[in-house]
Structures are given as C-alpha cells and as structure tokens.
Design a protein around this ligand. Structure first.
Ligand code: AHM
Ligand code: MG
Length: 346
C-alpha cells in the first residue's frame, strides 16, 4: 500500500522484446506448419527500414535531398531518396531468397527475381510522402506481402489479388522516432527503433484503434472537386449539432496520418473527386497494407461504397478512394455515401 503523498514507480522492464524475437514467437506459435520463410522476409524488411532511416536522417548532410532527374510510371519526379530507398528494398528482398515477385511504386513493371523459388510476393512504396522530405517532415515505407502459389510461373498474377489475401502488412515511419508497425494477421504491434541498440523494440503491443475519434484528416484544399457525400460528411463533423466540431490534422504523408489515426482514432480520407477519377492513393502498396492494419486494429477501411480489402486490382499501379479509421467514424461516412442517389463511381 502506497504511503499518502508518495508515488511508487514500477520497476523498469528488464526484458526488451525485439522485433526479431516477436516475429519468431509468432512463427513458433504456428507450430511445425510454419517454414520460417516469412520470418526471414520480415527480418530483411526490418533491416531495410534501419538503412532507409539512417539515410533519411542524414539526407541534408550527405546531399540526398532534391530530385534524382527521372520520373516514375505515375509521371512524378523521383527524389534521390525515392531511388535509393527503392534500391535498398529491391536488393534486400532479392537477397532474402524468400521473395520472388515485387511491385514498387518506383518501378513501372512487376519485378520477378529470376530463378527464385521464394514463396512470397512483396508490394511496397519505398518512401511514401517524399514530397515532404526536404522540409524534414515524416515520411515512411509501406509494404504488403502475399503468398505465391508454389510451382507456378511467377508474375503479375501473384500480386493482382485483393488486399484481404495479404499474409502480412506494415509500415515504417521515419519521424521524431523511427516506428515500425506490423501485422501478420494476429493483431497489430508497434516497435520503436532504439538507435543505440540498432534494434526495433516492442513499444506498442496490440494496438487497438479507438472506436471513435475527434480528428479528421483530409486534404481539404481539394474540396471544390469533392463529390456530395464527402462534402456533406465533412460538414457534419465541422458543424455538428452538439457544437463540438472535429479537429483537422493533415500532414500529407499517409504513413504519418494513418499512424496518428491508429493511435488517436478519427478518420483519414483521400477521396476520388472530379479531378482524380480514382483518387490519388495506390491500391496495392498504399491502400491495401494500411487497410489491413486498420482492420487488424479493429477499424474500418472503405472506398465509400465497398471494403477496400475486397477490391480486385486491375493493374499494379491502380488507385482507389480511401477512407479509414475508427469504426464509428467510418460508418458515419458510409451513411453519407448510402444516402447519395447520384452516380456511384465506386
Ligand atoms: P507519394 O507516394 O507520391 O509520396 O504520394 C502519396 C502521398 C501520401 O503519403 C499522402 O497521403 C498523399 O500523397 C498526399 O497527397 P496530397 O499532397 O495531394 O494531399
Ligand atoms: Mg506513395
């Protein structure tokens, strides 16, 4: 019993759980059916995150800011760090021997690793939000992993699959701290890189998104192009009957905006609109992995009219509208879509 006026501190944790140990324990929990291949792949990804993090932190000092002088399939100018991060991911995944198919935001075609018997396909955005990089704002790596059908010839078919078929997904956020958030379909756990140890340490076990939040995160600069359901939903949270409007927070880096949404709750959205037929965010390596995590944390992710993880991608760089976050907030948004009797695009 504590004495009045005295605060008792619990003893410090003596047993740090590293990401590697965590992944191994999930593998062991599956028993002998687990081959350890996914473990090896995730270990390779965590190494890429440390390497990219180190470059992001030093970018200004080692002349890594600015443009690389080329553009990607989306016609966007690539930054030096986009190109470097892509090379780091591709090389590490190839070297893991476990990944035979890759799709990267920075590479036009599906990458097939010649002769590889790897049983996984990895889709990724090596450095998302890189328009923020020169200002030192948070950026991140997003990834999703599919199982490849063994014995078949590897190719695009291995990744043109709905997000619900992913076996794992995650992101690493390079911010004031470097955080890796991961799900292998058994909930969501968050790790923070301890730079002195060079290890990701479990700091956010079993992340559960609050069922309702107080924050909305949209690029409202696009409002004049938005369709009626989005406009009426935003009006409802900015001018609510109870006189308590939501707060706006928009970083413009999906990883950072979704990370905050996972921890604090609320809704993140990037709708389709009159200018962008399918919205901006890429289905395979942005919308699917983030929707996987949000659902695993108890949230909801929708295009407005359908579950994002059910959408079947038609091409590897395809886009879709995205609304994700606290279940009650996203259900409210869906009601505005359901009530809309105009043309439904998604
Ligand atoms: P990128 O892959 O070219 O970096 O673009 C994706 C980013 C997301 O991180 C973010 O949610 C969105 O673009 C922001 O777009 P906008 O600047 O139109 O608000
Ligand atoms: Mg991106």
């Amino acid at each position: 019993m504590a004495t009045a006026g005295v605060t008792e501190l619990e003893p410090p944790p003596t047993d740090l759980i590293t990401l590697t140990r965590h992944i191994l324990s999930q593998q062991y929990a599956l028993g002998e059916t687990a081959t350890g291949d996914l473990t090896m792949l995730l270990v390779a990804i965590q190494v890429t995150s440390k390497y990219i993090s180190s470059n992001v932190r030093k970018a200004r000092l080692i002349n890594l800011v600015g443009l690389a002088g080329a553009s990607n399939v989306q016609g966007e100018d690539q930054k030096k760090l986009d190109v470097l991060s892509n090379d780091i991911m591709v090389n590490a995944l190839r070297a893991s021997g476990k990944c035979s198919v890759m799709v990267s935001e920075e590479v036009d075609d599906t990458i097939v690793v010649k002769g590889s018997k790897g049983t996984y396909a990895c889709v990724f955005d090596p450095l998302d939000g890189s328009s923020n990089i020169d200002a030192g704002v948070n950026v991140g790596t997003i990834f999703g992993i599919y199982k490849v059908s063994e014995g078949s010839e590897r190719g695009m078919k291995d990744v043109l699959k709905p997000g619900k078929e992913m076996v794992a997904a995650g992101y690493t956020m390079y911010g004031s701290s470097c955080n890796l958030v991961l799900s292998t379909g058994q909930g969501v756990d968050g790790f923070t890189l301890d730079e002195s140890l060079g290890e990701f340490i479990l700091t956010h076990p079993e992340i559960k998104i609050p069922s309702r939040g107080k924050i909305y995160s949209f690029n409202e600069g696009n409002s004049m192009h938005f369709y009626p359901p989005v406009i009426s939903y935003l009006e409802s949270i900015k001018y609510p009957a109870n006189g308590k409007p939501y707060s706006a927070r928009y970083i413009g880096s999906m990883v950072a905006d979704v990370h905050r949404t996972l921890l604090y709750g609320g809704i993140f959205g990037y709708p389709d609109d009159k200018k962008s037929k399918d919205g901006k965010l890429r289905m395979l390596y942005e919308a699917f992995p983030m929707s996987f995590l949000i659902e695993q944390a108890g949230g909801v992710a929708t295009t407005g009219t359908q579950r994002i993880l059910d959408v079947i991608p038609k091409n590897i760089h395809g886009r879709c509208p995205v609304f994700m976050g606290s279940s009650e907030d996203v259900e409210d948004l869906k009601k505005h879509y359901a009530a809309y009797d105009g043309e439904k695009r998604w």
